[in-house]
Write a protein that binds this ligand. Structure first.
Ligand code: GAP
Length: 516
């Protein structure tokens, strides 16, 4: 855990030092759980959004995109259930005056018990070596069994309390488990109460409740209310999907873990409209399809896992998370939800407008079911950065070893695709040749020209921002129009004619690489 903490701190520091992420309004000591993306951060985030959009919209004939407004008619949130049910249970510690999510306190407790199990397994693996059978150990070791039972019992009680909105039951669980305030160690808790997570603001010309507007807590509702507009104008037949990328806002009580839980964040959501009764088929399809999308980026299978929801949201009849092993453990990265006809039905009821699909095959009209995939861009950013940032030892010319921080991002999503560097900054001939190459390449990619340091320092800087290729212009370049291309991960350098640089880089950074 201590090692994980160090890694996480290093990642946060790296994000700031190299212009990926800054605390919002930092000169005023920052605003909790709100962040700004810097020059490299915005490029990486845009590339991740582009990868998602292409995979969902461009690669699926039956998925189209929209960009709905953040503000929606207030009745939207009544129909969706967010006014009444989009709550988190909060609890205050009377001594430290700190506020927590009651369910998160219990989940953290469960994580600690799981930590004990993992410790036993690590110890046993060391002891038994290659012959270690984890499944057998889990099913026979008395300490593991006891802790597993404890975890399961607590998780079940938590799920029941959450789904029944039993705030007293939740408080009892915290008291029984003797959970202490992480800040002060005190067990002096208030009662648990519900807290609505929506931010609200006021429409200019209408005072009071009537003019109350909400900042959308999910982008999905902009899709639901446009379902018929899109279906009719694009003549889509079921099954078909609508995708959207946009900001969402939640007044999160627990703001921690950097950009994992933010108050203003971005979602990439897709609602797939289907025939009722086919939802489990599509649920399984989207589970597998989305997992493949993550793996294609280079995220290994062992860092990703499915986690079925114990506690279903008010709109879902099945739900699973794709969890990622962040530096602070496995946590939700993406949700796949079978939302039934809950949303369309509710909007139909409250608006009095029909939201039905006429099925030409069965000659029937019905409200479609919906299968949703929903991923936070910011969480995807964090997952990608945390996997990519590596500290490694490298051997330079002359056999000297040193360490470098390198962001091993897939070339297709790297903020800068190629950097053009003159070997010596004070040599007019090298500088002008390098600028000439840079001015050509910039038509094709996001590139950088840099002559602000020694070549070793320039390479390290490009490694730290994840640039997959560095082109170095040296004296030989002036004679024979060749340059060296240095590959970020293998550190291999190859001499190539200048006119070939564009096509070499293009092939490697093409987003097509992620789809084939
Ligand atoms: N439309 C369904 C929906 O909004 P959700 O599980 O509440 O479902 C979907 O959110 C995804 O949005 C999550 O898997 C997560 O990646 C991201 N997300 C949710 N709350 C977030 C927050 N406060 N900060 C950053 N990302 C968040």
């Amino acid at each position: 855990m201590a090692e994980q903490n160090i890694q996480f701190k290093k990642l946060v520091a790296h994000c700031k030092e190299y212009g990926f992420i800054y605390q919002s309004s930092e000169i005023y000591d920052g605003l909790g759980a709100v962040y700004d993306y810097g020059p490299y951060g915005v490029e990486l985030k845009n590339n991740l959004k582009d990868y998602w959009w292409r995979a969902m919209v461009q690669m699926h004939e039956n998925i189209v995109g929209i960009d709905a407004a953040i503000f929606m008619h207030p009745k939207t949130w009544k129909a969706s259930g967010h006014v009444d049910a989009f709550n988190d249970p909060l609890i205050d510690n009377k001594d430290s005056k700190k506020r927590y999510r009651a369910d998160v306190l219990v989940e953290d407790y469960i994580d600690k018990v799981e930590g004990k199990i993992n410790k036993e397994i690590t110890k046993a693996r060391k002891r038994f070596g290659d012959s270690f059978d984890e499944a057998q150990f889990r099913s026979t070791n008395p300490r593991v069994l006891a802790n597993q039972e404890k975890m399961d019992t607590i998780a079940k009680r938590l799920a029941t309390a959450m789904s029944e909105e039993d705030m007293e039951g939740l408080k009892n669980l915290i008291v029984e488990l003797e959970i202490a305030c992480p800040e002060s160690g005190s067990r002096n808790w208030t009662d648990v109460r519900q807290f609505n997570l929506m931010f609200s603001t006021q429409l200019g010309n209408i005072a009071g409740e009537e003019g109350k507007l909400y900042l959308r807590p999910e982008t999905a509702q902009g899709i639901f209310v446009n379902f018929l507009n899109v279906q009719k104008t694009t003549r889509q037949k079921l099954p078909f999907g609508i995708a959207q990328i946009g900001k969402a806002f939640r007044n999160e009580i627990v703001a921690r873990q950097f950009i994992f839980r933010m108050r203003e964040f971005e979602q990439m959501e897709m609602q797939f409209f289907i025939q009722p009764g086919t939802e489990m088929e599509w649920y399984n399809y989207w589970k597998e399809t989305r997992l493949k999308w993550h793996k294609a980026l280079g995220h290994p299978g062992e860092k990703l896992r499915f986690h079925d929801h114990d506690n279903l949201a008010h709109y879902a009849n099945a739900a699973v998370d794709i969890q990622f092993n962040f530096p602070f453990g496995f946590k939700e990265l993406e949700g796949i939800h079978s939302r039934t006809d809950f949303d369309l039905n509710s909007h139909q009821e409250l608006s009095g407008k029909k939201l039905q699909y006429f099925d030409p095959q069965t000659n029937e009209s019905y409200v479609p079911y919906v299968l949703e995939t929903s991923i936070g861009c910011d969480r995807m950013f964090l997952a990608t950065m945390s996997h990519a940032l590596v500290e490694e030892e490298v051997t330079g010319a002359g056999g000297k070893t040193s360490t470098r921080d390198v962001l091993k991002l897939h070339p297709a999503i790297a903020p800068v695709k190629v950097a053009v560097l003159p070997l010596k900054r004070n040599e007019e001939g090298l500088v002008s040749k390098a600028k000439e190459i840079f001015n050509q390449l910039r038509f094709s990619f996001n590139c950088q020209y840099d002559d602000t340091g020694s070549i070793g320092k320039l390479y390290r800087r490009q490694d730290a921002i994840g640039t997959p290729y560095c082109v170095t212009v040296d004296f030989e370049s002036l004679e024979d129009n060749t340059v060296t291309i240095r590959e970020r991960d293998s550190l291999k350098q190859e001499r190539v004619p200048i006119e070939k640089v564009e096509s070499i880089v293009r092939e490697k950074v093409d987003m097509k690489q992620l789809f084939i």
